[in-house]
Design a protein around this ligand. Structure first.
Ligand code: ADP
Length: 422
């Protein structure tokens, strides 16, 4: 009989007792001549009514909480054990010896759905690796770890530990390892990309060394030209190594908030002075707006690196003969988490702009819209990744707007220093 059926029988039993007591009381009143007897009977009815009432309430409690325990116990698991499994935040499944799910904890619901109980494991997780493991364990095999992936709705990677409990049940503990996998893939991609970026200039340099040793040995003009190219390639390698080291250092420090105070207006002016020769060679005018000091809490070298990278990009990808405009301001922080004021600096160029779909990827390491153009302009593909990590450390953010064919605006927001926020 089901648990709700059993509860119903108990309820009817209580009503029957109450009914019998009431009929007995009426009978007693009818046959007795003194008032004492009906009073005693009324008292008895009252006591019976209380007993039934509390019996029913207790039954409700049992119906909600304890009753499933007896049902659970038929599956060989105590309520306490299930309560423990329920709160574990990794998906956990318990299967019986026919491969049916007898228990699925809360954390497993996104993986196996809300109604997995009673279904065969093969009906909810159709991954051959996992099912074969379950079969081996059902056949008496020892505990196993198995890796598997679920492709829909989004690809997720899991690792499961599957073991027989000794009581003919199978415990399956599953861990979502997608984030770890993704980090491993990113690291592997990063090493591959970095090696590739270094290998290209290195190949050029070794090639020219061979040429200079061979047929260009006695050709002074070729020698000069090749040495010039070798120097450019060596410069590219040096910039790449500098950017790689910078990125690693910033990443290592990312969870240490900066402590100093920096005026972003002064930092931008210094960066503009340093970049003036590059701007001049492209006939680009740097227009830095007049502004009072804008103090922020930050690391001067890192904040300088942010504005140098962004202004350098505006020059590199700007319109030769055009203008790069830098504007400053203060605004309220957009979220409640960052209460107070923010300083912002926007850097606007008149270059070719950025396709809309490329904007979210610009801060990825080695991502370039046009690899050839970036290389020609001495880019490493790491500048905006460095900017992103520095801003993360400073609890700032970068906003990128662009109209292809017209130009781009890169705006940096940084929390204003406490003194400047009132
Ligand atoms: P790079 O060293 O290639 O400049 P960054 O990380 O600084 O690397 O920038 C990544 C890519 O973003 C660049 O290769 C370029 O395609 C694009 N980009 C960055 N700034 C601008 C800009 N101001 N205008 C157009 N494209 C830009």
């Amino acid at each position: 009989m089901s648990e709700s059926g059993r509860a119903q029988v108990r309820a009817w039993r209580s009503y029957a007792v109450l009914g019998t007591v009431a009929i007995a009381a009426l009978f007693a009143v009818a046959v007795s001549r003194s008032i004492a007897m009906p009073l005693a009977v009324a008292g008895a009815i009252l006591v019976a009514a209380f007993a039934v009432y509390f019996g029913t309430s207790r039954r409700n409690v049992i119906g909600n909480v304890a009753a499933p325990e007896s049902a659970r116990e038929t599956k060989g698991l105590s309520g306490a054990a299930l309560d423990i499994l329920e709160v574990i935040d990794d998906p956990l499944l318990v299967l019986d010896d026919s491969g049916r799910i007898v228990f699925a904890n809360r954390a497993s619901k996104t993986l196996v759905g809300p109604d997995a109980g009673g279904k065969r494991i093969s009906a909810v997780l159709r991954t051959p690796e996992l099912l074969e493991t379950v079969e081996r364990i059902l056949a008496g095999g020892g505990p196993e770890n198995v890796a598997f992936s679920v492709l829909v709705p989004v690809q997720h990677h899991y690792e499961a530990y599957v073991a027989c409990t000794g009581g003919r049940l199978i415990l399956m503990r599953i861990r979502d390892v997608s984030a770890i996998r993704r980090a491993e893939e990113l690291r592997a991609d990063f090493v591959a990309n970095a090696s590739h970026e270094l290998r290209t200039p290195l190949a050029a340099i070794t090639g020219f060394i061979d040429t200079l040793r061979g047929h260009a040995r006695d050709d002074p003009s070729a020698r000069e030209r090749f040495l010039e190219i070798m120097s450019t390639e060596a410069g590219r390698m040096r910039r790449l190594i500098d950017d790689l080291l910078s990125l690693t250092r910033i990443e290592l420090n990312e969870h240490n908030p900066p402590a100093g105070e920096v005026d972003v207006v002064a930092v931008v002016r210094d960066a503009a002075d340093a970049l003036k020769p590059l701007a001049d060679s492209d006939r680009i005018r740097l227009d830095i707006a007049a502004s009072p000091a804008l103090p922020i809490v930050g690391d001067r070298d890192e904040v300088t690196q942010v504005f140098q990278n962004l202004m350098h990009n505006a020059i590199k990808y700007g319109r030769p003969g055009g203008e790069v405009r830098v504007r400053f301001g203060r605004t309220h922080a957009p979220s409640r988490r960052d209460s107070g004021m923010q300083a912002f600096v926007s850097i606007e160029d008149e270059g070719e702009g950025i396709p809309r779909e490329a904007i979210p990827r610009l801060t990825e390491r080695f991502y370039r819209v046009d690899v050839k153009r970036s290389r020609e302009r001495g880019g490493t593909g790491l500048g905006l990744a460095i900017v992103k990590h520095i801003l993360n450390r400073h609890r700032g953010r970068l906003q990128i707007e662009s109209v292809p064919g017209q130009g781009s605006i890169f705006t940096v927001f940084l929390p204003a220093a406490p003194d400047g926020s009132n």
